[in-house]
Write a protein that binds this ligand. Structure first.
Ligand SMILES: Nc1ncnc2c1ncn2[C@@H]1O[C@H](COP(=O)(O)OP(=O)(O)OP(=O)(O)O)[C@@H](O)[C@H]1O
Length: 357
């Protein structure tokens, strides 16, 4: 009898605990729903969207971790599909609270606001709420160059030589547009493979303008706090904090080496060896034939073209920024490099000194 009472007591306690937990969860969910509703109803402002914004924002509120397609130091990127799959977007959510993050959001709007170019990622719109900022971009089905070259096995894709060359040309065209055709000129300041995105036909688009700096065409530089990504920063920018278009040219040179070697500039093995991608390639070029540095996953490639591209990279990576070509010159070199006469002109004898070694 006593046992029966104890059992009944425990069952009652369990039932009460179960009901109480359900009530607490429901209250929390209700509060969350209310907060989201409040944001949708009153708490946001946005712009540039050719979309039914309220319905669109409701959809963004329903994004979950299953929709995440990438994340960076400043925010998380989600895939958002609307109209039953008729359209898809990439939504970058930047939580607010630090001046740094808000400044990144503003920079992105300032720089990308009106740009429409085949090699620059299109910004479709933005929202700002007291809790977070949202940036809505076109979705790049092939993700980032970084993921394709160095990502997890399921993200990696074998890139043939023609595709690598196309990506190099597209990125150079995008950068050349920012440096020379936009007024004021735009210095990107964070060129790296994770900021080069690829559409369905592997056309490259320059993305992530969170550090972009605008400079009047009459000015040569902007003084900034040094920011960007280790492994891609030009030495003079690192030392002086002066951002110039030649700093982007240097970072682009590093991306060319990534395309050629398949190695990541921030690879831990470089740190262990006390070297970096740029000095490793120079070492290989000095001690062996440069084709020893070519990505092993490139089964078939025209040697002359890879040598030409190494030489273009070498020029972008000159320590003295004044010796680096401008982005429009780099674009021209890359576009013309398949022509034999041209390749012979560009190739620096340094790189092909000992082809037999
Ligand atoms: N428009 C897009 N379409 C498809 N994937 C995207 C898009 N934008 C971003 N991504 C993916 O999300 C990832 C994270 O992007 P994000 O710009 O937040 O950070 P990151 O550039 O990788 O790093 P960092 O914090 O240094 O800027 C990218 O590397 C890319 O894989």
């Amino acid at each position: 009898m006593a046992n029966g009472r104890v059992m009944a007591f425990y069952i009652t306690v369990c039932c009460i605990a179960f009901v109480a937990s359900k009530v607490v969860i429901s209250v929390l969910l209700y509060k969350r729903w209310l907060r989201k509703r409040r944001i949708i109803e009153e708490g946001f402002s946005g712009g540039k969207l050719a979309l039914p914004s309220r319905a669109f924002l409701k959809k963004t509120m329903r994004l979950t971790s299953k929709d995440i397609i990438g994340s960076g130091g400043y925010g998380t990127v989600y895939k958002l599909v609307i109209d039953g799959g008729a359209a898809a977007f990439a939504v970058k959510r930047l939580s607010r609270g630090s001046a740094d993050r808000d400044r990144g959001f503003e920079r992105e709007l300032e720089a990308m606001g009106d740009i429409k170019h085949r090699n620059i990622l299109t910004l479709h719109g933005y929202y700002t709420t007291p809790q977070f900022n949202l940036l809505i971009y076109e979705l790049m089905p092939n993700g980032s160059l970084d993921a394709l070259l160095h990502g997890k096995e399921k993200e990696k894709k074998a890139l043939d030589w023609a595709t690598r060359h196309k990506i190099a040309v597209g990125t150079a065209r995008g950068l050349s547009y920012l440096h020379h055709d936009c007024v004021p000129n735009i210095i990107h300041r964070d060129i790296k493979s994770s900021n080069i995105l690829l559409d369905e036909s592997m056309e490259a688009k320059v993305a992530d303008f969170g550090l972009a700096t605008l400079v009047a065409p009459s000015r040569t530089h902007a003084s900034t706090v040094v920011a960007g990504t280790f492994g891609y920063l030009a030495p003079e920018y690192f030392e002086t904090g002066r951002a110039t278009t030649k700093g982007d040219v240097y970072s682009f040179g590093v991306v060319l080496l990534e395309l050629l070697t398949g190695r990541k500039p921030t690879d831990e093995s470089f740190v262990e060896e006390g070297t970096g991608l740029v000095s490793w390639v120079k070492e290989v070029a000095n001690s062996k034939c440069i084709d020893h540095a070519v990505d092993g996953s490139l089964v078939c490639y025209p040697l002359e073209e890879t040598i030409t591209m190494f030489c273009i990279a070498e020029r972008c990576l000159e320590t003295d920024p004044s010796k680096r070509p401008s982005m429009s010159e780099v674009l021209k070199m890359l576009e013309q490099m398949n022509s034999e006469d041209y390749a012979l002109k560009v190739v620096d004898q340094e790189f092909i000194r000992d082809p037999q070694v």
